[in-house]
Design a protein around this ligand. Sequence first.
Ligand code: FAD
Length: 436
Amino acid sequence: MVGDTIRDLHVAIAGAGIGGLALAMGLQRKGVPYTIYEAAPEFSAVGAGIGFGPNGDLALGMLQEGFRAEYEKVCVGNMPGEPQDIYFEGMLLQPGLGLNEPWRGHSAWGHPEYVRRGAHRQAVLNIMTSFIPIEKVRFSKTLTEIQQRPDKVFLRFADGDTIEASLLVGADGIKSMVREHVLRPLYPSQVEPVYADSYCYRGVIPTSEAREIFGDLTNVAKMYLGERRCCITYLISKGDEFNFLLCALDDQPLKLGNLVSEKITHEAMMADFDGPGVDERFRRLLSKAIPVRWGFFHHRYTSTYYRDRVVLLGDSAHASLPFQAAGAGQGLEDSLILSNLLARIYHATDQGVGLAPNIRASFTAYDAVRRPRAQKQLERALEMSHMLHFQHPDTGNRVENVAAKLQKGWFEWIWFHDLNADIESAVQLMDKALNG
Ligand SMILES: Cc1cc2nc3c(=O)[nH]c(=O)nc-3n(C[C@H](O)[C@H](O)[C@H](O)COP(=O)(O)OP(=O)(O)OC[C@H]3O[C@@H](n4cnc5c(N)ncnc54)[C@H](O)[C@@H]3O)c2cc1C
């Protein structure tokens, strides 16, 4: 039986993806008791490459001091000798790639203070989990039922096990059951992620193989833009591997429906990038992808991230399209803010105070600070999709227009955000909610 004073605080986290692990890293460092419940039988990284942007890198370093040094050992930017302040260089998907266009050499976006970093997801996961004692993680625990009681949350798992906790953090990803619990009563139309009428094929190949197709173009991360199709490439694994995504707007949106992924034949995949508008090199690259269509889904709007003692974090709160490579970074920011607020509760001088008002105040503050920023990221990611697929009214089908828009401060608000100020605002809001 869990008590309900500050000294009894125990945080249940559903999901051991990047979001749940980041929160655990923060709580571990600050000595707040927690347990992670993960549906899978072990830690697993879905997908290949990931980069967090300067804001995400900063959040990880703030969550656990030792993270950055380990991360530096596995991450890679553009090839050594190439500019590291280029995030992506824009080029064309059509034959010739735009190599002879007048804008060639000026179509990259980044920032003088930006340093490109990306890594293999598995390598990132290995570092994150190294900070979390394994006894704090319960595997093969699929959360199936949540009941809120005045003084606790009651959780039931697929194996019949039940537990009680002071509060629940739903870090259970895009198809979150915790989101259902939080939003169904008041905002039922916001529960389900929405199919963005687009999908991708992805793959990772040795950089040496990619060089046979693209030569030196592999050295710097690229976005190849085109009519309803685009391709994104960048290096991972210390430069030994080449990560690529070939993305498409869906011509038959209703077919993929509510499936996150769909296995198709190699021929159907190849046919998707057939036609004169696509340089032959992309078909060679596509032939190396896994013939699975990964649908892009997002949460268009979310009116609240919490209900009573249950709160959302990461993709369960704000699943986004991947075109700004900033979704996980927002989950890291969630974790930074929430871990600071929960630590402030746990380390209060008077340990006998009731938890209920503290939890309410912390969730109100978390929601107020995090939700507008994550929502903005999500909306900009959709706009970015329109630009890359030549559907944006401002930029049309011109790489130079897209580059110009992205060069004018498009990313700065995400990358160079003051996270300390966010922690401070959240703490002030929490104190105000508690003390009036
Ligand atoms: C193609 C692509 C490329 C991307 N690239 C980038 C990038 O470069 N940079 C970036 O910042 N973001 C990127 N993103 C976004 C990023 O991958 C996600 O935002 C991030 O992985 C979400 O992490 P999460 O922990 O919130 O959710 P998830 O990673 O989905 O983790 C959820 C966890 O919860 C578990 N779970 C689910 N249901 C239950 C349950 N009922 N009970 C218990 N456990 C449960 C799952 O098994 C899983 O382990 C990309 C996304 C895509 C699709």
